[in-house]
Design a protein around this ligand. Structure first.
Ligand code: 5AD
Ligand code: SF4
Length: 472
């Protein structure tokens, strides 16, 4: 049994990152999934969503058939998220349902993987749940074929979670959710250790993929008809810092842009590593989209320091100013945590001040959630939860006001929208503008997967409505 260890996960030594091009195939047991069905339940961020696309690729490769019906699955894979307590709660709710199902259908194989599996305290609790057949972490889901094979043969629980710095696997098959827009990992892990955050423990050290592997992947996607890629990493701006060649995120953006794919996005940006050169490149390349997700977390320098964010509000606002001055029609969104330990009314007012200054297009707001093993979870926190909830409500009200204001500017404009799927609203289709506004579009199915001109007819806080029209 190999279990996670928070202390080991924290130590960033000199362990060399291996890039493994063929390790996956060693464990590939052909066709053990013949006539069997699987379902992947995904919780959490884009990184997890994309990991699930790889897990699906592996399962397809083994001969399993993907389905959406929990009751009919032979293998249930739960790809979990650890970022906040409510992510835990959602997973725990689902575990209750699956346990019940397993009592009725003993043959189902239950696999628990992802970020929660990297948490020492949690795994120590669930390792004894006999009905969870396989537990594996973020560093070893590529070994699922081996685990399944072993499980079918021995019918014994498997628990293997590594607390390692992490390697890079290049040849895992992928079953993407969309035919038009794709996630492309450019970097894994995080070395920033913001004091509230579990990610550096669950995902290992920052390690960048080789530029040629990323560029080849984007080229292949483009050749296969994809219209958009989103370059993914915890800190995309720090891309390349760990490579042994002189190559950074700005260089990667230029090379990616030259491939000719119509749209390139990236997330998440860390204010600390955002260079003038990156802003210049984004402003000059037409196919790099004017949308930047730039988490601030707090508007108080005192709290930012406690969070270990390593920038000041003034530096952040300077960066926003440069971005807005240089990049035409840019949208800026952010993440904000309220109720960090020690945050007082004055600190919170400062966060509202920043929101009033930046006027974000959208923001994701959270109440601080103590994560076991992180420094912030040990900090004194005497703000009552009810007060934190009031702060969150006030913040959301302000965020919504600016979101609506920003959307109102789009009214009657003609904008390019990439239509990506049907919408649940009135049989319409949905897509995104260049600056990442969600639009429900009145159009026919022939528009799917295409970038079409859309006239915005009405606006709401979270979305726009529009009709396809002639080009401007
Ligand atoms: N509590 C609340 N929010 C958190 N985030 C990360 N860790 C925590 C936590 N412990 C938020 C941050 C981050 C986003 C992905 O989740 O705002 O940017
Ligand atoms: Fe977490 Fe900070 Fe790394 Fe983002 S930069 S993943 S918030 S530690």
């Amino acid at each position: 049994m190999n279990l996670p260890n928070m202390l080991n996960a924290k130590i960033r030594g000199k362990e060399e990152v291996k890039i493994l091009y063929d390790d996956y195939n060693i464990f590939n047991i052909d066709n053990i999934g013949k006539d069997k069905k699987y379902l992947v339940l995904t919780y959490g961020c884009q990184m997890n969503v994309h990991d699930s696309e790889y897990i699906s690729g592996i399962m397809d490769d083994l001969g399993y058939t993907k389905i959406n019906d929990l009751e009919k699955a032979d293998v249930i894979i739960i790809n979990t998220c650890a970022i906040r307590e409510n992510a835990h709660n959602k997973v725990e709710g689902m575990l209750g349902r699956i346990k019940h199902l397993k009592e009725e259908k003993k043959d189902i194989v239950v696999i628990f993987c992802g970020c929660m599996a990297q948490e020492e305290g949690l795994v120590n609790k669930i390792k004894d749940y006999k009905w969870i057949d396989i537990i594996c972490g973020t560093h070893n889901y590529h070994k699922i074929p081996e685990y399944l094979d072993k499980y079918y043969k021995e019918k014994k629980n498997i628990r293997e979670v590594f607390s390692i710095e992490g390697n890079i696997y290049e040849n895992i098959p992928v079953d993407r959710d969309s035919k038009y827009v794709a996630w492309v990992n450019i970097q894994y892990g995080c070395d920033k250790f913001c004091t509230y955050c579990i990610v550096p423990y669950t995902r290992g050290k920052q390690r960048s993929r080789r530029p040629e592997d990323i560029i080849n992947e984007i080229r292949e996607l483009y050749n296969n008809g994809y219209q958009e890629v989103t370059l993914l990493g915890q800190n995309v701006n720090a891309y390349g810092k760990d490579l042994d060649i002189n190559y950074d995120f700005a260089t990667l953006l230029v090379e990616a842009s030259q491939i000719g794919i119509p749209r390139i996005r990236f997330m998440t940006s860390h204010p600390w590593d955002f260079t003038d050169e990156m802003i210049e490149v984004i402003s000059k390349c037409d196919n790099i989209m004017p949308y930047i997700h730039l988490p601030i977390q707090s508007g108080s320098n005192r709290i930012l320091k406690l969070m270990g964010r390593k920038y000041t509000v003034e530096e952040y606002l300077d960066l926003v100013k440069k971005i807005k001055n240089k990049i035409k029609n840019v949208s800026i969104t952010t993440d904000i945590i309220v109720g960090f330990p020690g945050e007082n009314d004055d600190d919170f007012e400062k966060t509202l001040d920043v929101v009033n200054k930046v006027k974000y297009d959208l923001a994701y707001t959270f109440i601080f959630s103590p994560r076991e093993g992180t420094p912030a979870s040990r900090m004194k926190d005497d703000t009552p939860f009810s007060e934190k909830k009031e702060r969150l409500a006030r913040l959301n009200e302000l965020i919504n006001k600016y979101a609506l204001e920003s959307n109102k500017k789009m009214k009657d404009k003609i904008v390019d929208v990439l239509i990506i799927s049907e919408s649940d609203k009135d049989n319409k289709y949905m897509g995104y503008t260049e600056n990442m506004k969600l639009v429900n579009v009145d159009c026919g199915s022939e528009c799917l997967g295409k970038i079409v001109p859309v006239k915005i007819t009405s606006v709401k806080t979270w979305s726009l409505d529009g009709v396809v029209c002639d080009r401007k």
